[in-house]
Ligand binder design. Structure first.
Ligand code: UDP
Length: 379
């Protein structure tokens, strides 16, 4: 656990006049989302942000690289909770977070998305009567077997301030009766779009990933697999790998592999025929996205990032939270069915992507969030 920087008496008084927000992050997509909002906070001297890293993702290329590349302030605390079952992980995070919140006495705790770190942060703060802010609220897959679905529903319900990324997410909260709850809901847009826009040029200038991997622009498929429903069911995982093997016969497939999936492939003795690489940093990912022919993934974030960069996306799941992308024919559900994945690839491989919508705010979400919190003055 880190220690707080020492401050002089005058500085202390000034600090007390500021709104203190503790941001709880722990997983890769949260670093990417928090990077955008943290940057926007720097425009508001009356907001003091402290970052707590739960430790959920801890490998260099799943954590440190994002803090470095995206200029996220170094976490004030690292709880180092990792590699445990859902219950043990959430419980340990809560216990350690309670101690941090006791000491820091923030005005609010800010959480992102749908991981165990999100739920642990929200639940701990709520029980201590500290305001909870949820960024990326209102998303639903309607599949309660997904740990993420449980985390996001519970977090939404106990949040005081909810920032929703899309009109669809806003409609969901209305349908669920949130207008009758004691909370404030704002349509902010999606902070991931802010990060994608902010770093795309830097990625183009600095990343050498295409040369390193010998990939030609627009002549490869970018894939990721990490969702528990795919990694924990050997039949599903095998089908997906076979589909990607088949696609690789037509166009090279590159898969930056999540540590969980790597472990499973090893245990099951599955050896893919296509290029498997370690997880990449954000800049390399943005570069891979900008030049891929299409994306094949079970990631939530990549479904949107594909759209940001005008790429079709084949989703390795039964449902998606980003329904607007399905509705307007940008993304396609293929589950783990080999024929469907390969068939959809063949349909999309030569189709022209024509972007006709702006669902996610166009890169202004984090400024909106920081500005709103500044106005609300949560003291
Ligand atoms: N990502 C990355 N490197 C990788 C794989 C993913 O930078 O090797 C980024 C990706 O671009 C997106 C985020 O991580 O911004 C998505 O995280 P993940 O798929 O782990 O989580 P999800 O979005 O499904 O919650």
């Amino acid at each position: 656990m880190g220690t707080c920087p020492k401050v002089s008496q005058t500085a202390q008084t000034n600090q007390e006049a500021r709104m203190k927000i503790i941001t709880v992050v722990g997983a890769r997509p949260q670093f990417i989302k928090a990077a955008a909002v943290s940057r926007a906070f720097r425009n508001y001297p009356d907001i003091q942000e402290l970052i707590v890293h739960t430790g959920q993702h801890f490998d260099h290329n799943m954590s440190d690289v994002f803090f470095k590349e995206m200029d996220i302030p170094h976490p004030h605390y690292n709880l180092q909770v990792q590699g445990l079952s859902h219950a043990a992980m959430t419980g340990q995070m809560m216990e350690k977070l309670e101690a941090v919140l006791e000491k820091e006495k923030p005005d609010a705790v800010m959480v992102y998305g749908d991981t165990n770190s999100t739920l642990a942060g929200a639940l701990t703060a709520k029980k201590m009567h500290i305001k909870v802010i949820h960024v990326e609220a209102g998303l639903r897959s309607h599949n309660m077997r997904m740990p993420e679905e449980v985390n996001r529903i519970l977090t939404d319900r106990i949040s005081d301030i909810l920032f929703v990324p899309t009109q669809h997410a806003m409609d969901i909260l209305k349908q669920e009766g949130f207008e009758n709850f004691d909370c404030k809901i704002f349509l902010s847009g999606d902070v991931m779009e802010d990060s994608a826009i902010h770093y795309a040029k830097k990625a183009a200038a600095e990343s050498t990933i295409l040369q390193q991997l010998g990939l030609q622009q627009n002549k490869y498929c970018l894939a990721t697999i990490h969702r528990q429903e795919n990694t924990d069911e050997p039949g599903r995982l095998l089908n997906i790998i076979e589909a990607l093997n088949e696609i690789n016969n037509h166009m090279p497939v590159v898969l930056p592999l999540h540590p969980r999936t790597r472990k499973k492939l090893k245990t099951l003795h599955i050896e893919p025929a296509f290029a498997i690489i370690d997880p990449v940093g954000y800049l390399d990912m943005m570069q891979l996205l900008q030049h891929t022919r299409l994306v094949i993934t079970d990631s939530g974030g990549l479904q949107k990032e594909s759209f940001f960069f005008s790429k079709f996306c084949i989703i390795l799941r039964e449902q998606s939270e980003w329904v607007e992308l399905l509705e307007y024919g940008y993304n396609f559900l293929a589950s783990s069915e080999k024929e469907k994945i390969v068939g959809t690839f063949h349909i999309l491989a030569d189709r022209k992507f024509e972007k006709q919508h702006n669902f996610y705010g166009g890169g202004t979400a984090s400024e909106y969030i920081a500005g709103t919190l500044h106005q609300l003055q949560l003291k």
